[in-house]
Design a protein around this ligand. Structure first.
Ligand code: IMP
Length: 420
């Protein structure tokens, strides 16, 4: 089995990077296929903390090639900063990072538009990361965007840039426009060695049976089509985003690992049926250090939602589950899993797409015994307390998929592999 997708299956922040990093030890290639610098993937390794926004987290493995597919939108300044930071931490990037020349560009203009759109929405704001992601994808769809490969052609870039400001009704002087163009050309000088086409290379590597890992960003409930629209991001975070976002045919995805936190979190606004606004929610936030790695915002916390989780497992064709942050639940007297919703005395066993219905849902829970033991030292399933195993078994039964990986801490070795 040569290619595996690792997908966040809730509202993002499922600790996908930890799983990618763990699996990346044996991967030849790691591919990002959607999103942009809105993502914040954190890895703790060798006593150091690494935060990734655009660079695939596989870069920490010196033999792994990292690919940014066409479905990713790139803010050149953010990418350069990240590369600089990684180099400062001793990570060698040259010859190991490939960027598709079709990637759309995120400009300061997009961040400005993002801020203004959020402000205009007032109480109905989405709570975006303000990284310009939505406006950059909108421009791609409207066919007015600039792509990174355009920077090869200065005159064309200048023309497209002028048209883009015009399209957004932004009056800019020739001098201002030239200063934006100059900064892009300077970025191009530093990034051009990494820019190429990646679809052809990925296909060759697939045929050569190289081990390819697809690293999802955000989560399925933030997917543009299948998430809690409009409280979503602007890309396809689910499995369908992979072929579109890197040019490798659908049939080249051999396995899908769905990453789920042992509880649920959401950052930003929008419906969240199992949200806990009490002391238990606060406790989980504190224990799990649930603060956004891109924006630092406190994340909303809640119980594991098996109804939503089963929905996303189906959407993605999830084969096996990776359950992360199980250690965070230690010390709770009881733990709960949402098994159904109720609305107007009717039981729903599916995740509704109707935004107006979602906030009205009453949640039905399966309550299980909690466990006291700190799980950080557990390295095998047999070392977990009975109650933690029961909890995992309940998730497995409700989602009708086996748990393959369990994360019990932020370090790479704090991972349990469940052998079937
Ligand atoms: P945007 O992607 O910045 O447009 O934000 C849209 C929604 O997705 C907001 O609710 C964000 O908080 C959320 N979001 C975007 N990126 C991430 C992420 O990496 N983790 C969790 N939530 C995210």
């Amino acid at each position: 089995m040569s290619s595996i997708a690792v997908l966040g299956c809730m509202w993002g922040d499922e600790a996908k990077a930890k799983i990618v990093d763990y699996l990346g030890i044996t991967a030849d290639v790691v591919v990002r296929f959607q999103g942009g610098a809105n993502a914040g993937h954190t890895i703790h390794h060798g006593g150091r903390k690494y935060v990734f926004h655009l660079v695939p987290s596989g870069i920490l493995n010196p033999d792994t090639i990292c690919v940014i597919g066409a479905g990713v939108v790139i803010d050149p300044r953010a990418l350069e900063n990240e590369m600089e930071q990684l180099r400062g931490q001793g990570v060698e990037i040259s010859h190991r990072l490939l960027i598709d020349e079709r990637c759309g560009l995120v400009l300061a203009l997009h961040q400005d538009l993002d801020r203004r759109a959020e402000h205009a929405k007032g109480e109905q704001k989405i709570g975006t990361t303000l990284r310009g992601i939505g406006p950059a994808y909108s421009d791609l769809t409207a066919r007015v965007a600039l792509r990174i490969g355009d920077l090869k052609h200065p005159e064309w870039t200048r023309q497209r840039l002028a048209q883009l400001y015009d399209y957004h009704g932004q009056a800019v002087s020739t001098g201002e426009l030239e200063s934006v163009a100059t900064s892009l050309f300077e970025s191009w000088q530093r990034l051009s060695d990494f820019v190429t086409t990646v679809d052809d290379k990925l296909y060759d590597w697939y045929l050569q049976d190289k081990r390819i890992l697809f690293e999802g960003a955000q989560g399925t409930l933030l997917d543009l089509s299948y998430g809690t629209y409009p409280f979503v991001t602007s890309s396809h975070t689910s499995v369908g985003g992979i072929p579109v976002g890197c040019g490798l045919p659908l049939r080249c995805i051999n396995k899908v690992i769905g990453v789920y936190k042992a509880y649920s979190t959401r950052v930003g606004d929008g419906p969240f049926p199992t949200e806990l606004t009490d002391a238990v929610g606060d406790r989980i936030r504190k224990q799990g250090n649930e603060y956004g790695s891109t924006t630092g915002r406190p994340r909303r916390c809640g119980w594991f939602d098996a109804v939503a989780a089963k929905y996303t497992a189906r959407i993605n064709g999830v084969d096996t589950l990776a359950v992360t942050l199980l250690d965070v639940l230690s010390g709770l007297e009881s733990v709960k899993i949402c098994t159904g919703y109720w609305v107007d005395n009717q039981r729903l066993d599916y995740f509704p797409s109707d935004l107006h219905l979602l906030p009205q849902l009453q949640t039905e829970y399966l309550t299980l015994k909690g466990w006291e033991q700190d799980l950080g030292e557990c390295r095998g399933l047999h070392q977990l307390p009975r109650a933690a195993k029961d909890y995992l078994e309940a998730i497995q039964d409700l989602l009708e998929r086996p748990v393959e990986l369990i994360s019990v801490g932020r370090d790479r070795d704090q991972t349990i592999v469940v052998r079937s």
